[in-house]
Design a protein around this ligand. Sequence first.
Ligand code: ADP
Ligand code: MG
Ligand code: MG
Ligand code: MG
Length: 416
Amino acid sequence: MKENAFEALTVETLPDRLGNIPEIADRLGGAPAAWKVREVGDGNLNLVFIVEGEAQTLIIKQALPYVRLVGDSWPLPLKRSFFEYHALTRQEQRAPGTVPAVYYFDETQALIAMEFLSPHIILRRALIEGQELPKIGRDLGLFMARTLFRGSDLSMKAADRKADLALFADNVDLCDITESLVFTDPYFEAPMNRHTPGLDTLVKELRSDRDLKVAAQRMKHLFASRAETMVHGDLHSGSVMVTKDDTRVIDPEFAFYGPMAFDVGMLLANYWMAYFSQRGHEEKGSRASMRAYLLGVISETWTTFRDEFAHLWRTERSGMFYQASLFEEQNDALGSEQALNHVIHDLWTDMLGFAGIEMHRRILGLAHNADFEDIADEKLRASCEAPALKFGRHIVVNRNTIQSLAELDRLAEALD
Ligand code: ADP
Ligand code: MG
Ligand code: MG
Ligand code: MG
């Protein structure tokens, strides 16, 4: 297939087109004509097929030359599949067992064959249903610390890190989506924005909030210029698949070298939004326990991330700065701990900034999330979204003076 020009797969053509690729056909087993194929893509961008063979079931993900959600009026390079493939292989190296196994990649067809996660469901769905999953805080805290630390100059050889940076530097169009849709559009009346009608007054207030706009642009400045580590780039609760016992991260097509705190902020923002949406999902009973669970997950995610980051700092710091030759090897472990505290302090502050902006863009921008969208009653939905917007504004603008998650728990409870 490599020699052919790109052609989008369909349920009908898939067996014929992939039937002679051993990495795919041998795993699936049986005659290609007997494979059961379903298209299940629920994301905004790509095609996702579940292909069931005699022996195994696989996922085939294929990019399209445009944004699936919008159509061919919004072209988007196929190369995002290349970035997704390379990000998946790096994440597997840096945090083994946290992403689906990759079996095959075809750059021309923008196609990845990977492990079918089953009976996993999308984390966002689980949180909307009120499932209290026991492992996500720890698993995702570890995932972030390991991928973000090990993809940075704290760990990698300078030449390797720079080669990687160059490889991902071409992911221009997906970065541009984030730069526009996340950091800019929510803060003015951009054409693709929408929001729940009851929010008009608050939205107007936020869009004329000078401190907020300045802070948002400072965060955008950081996002676009601090090429610190390979970030996932789209780490929301729709990019995580879960069971009670297993947590996997999918869909890293937005990967690039950016600031460490970006993934952490986006993920925590999605938990805070899940928190503020709970009141809209109480038809079948109180969500008080779910709300407490979510605040616990936020705290566990952050502390796991921080502690694992500190552990890697003490045990794997082999990169070009804060070298042991300046500290531990001169009997100055205290110096290295002091430097670590500075780094963690910056991560905390930046995390809050990115989190607040992610909350705004999901309520004011183009891409909304089901936590709120599934609340059919517009008045109820607006009454959940408004506190989330206020909370987001608070953590962006006050990110330099917020001391603890306990302080934010109290704010969330007071606003909700
Ligand atoms: P997009 O880039 O379009 O958002 P995703 O990678 O998020 O695509 O996949 C869309 C959906 O396909 C997911 O929400 C999930 O339901 C399903 N999916 C994707 N990858 C897998 C996988 N490895 N195993 C099982 N389901 C998957
Ligand atoms: Mg997705
Ligand atoms: Mg998506
Ligand atoms: Mg995606």
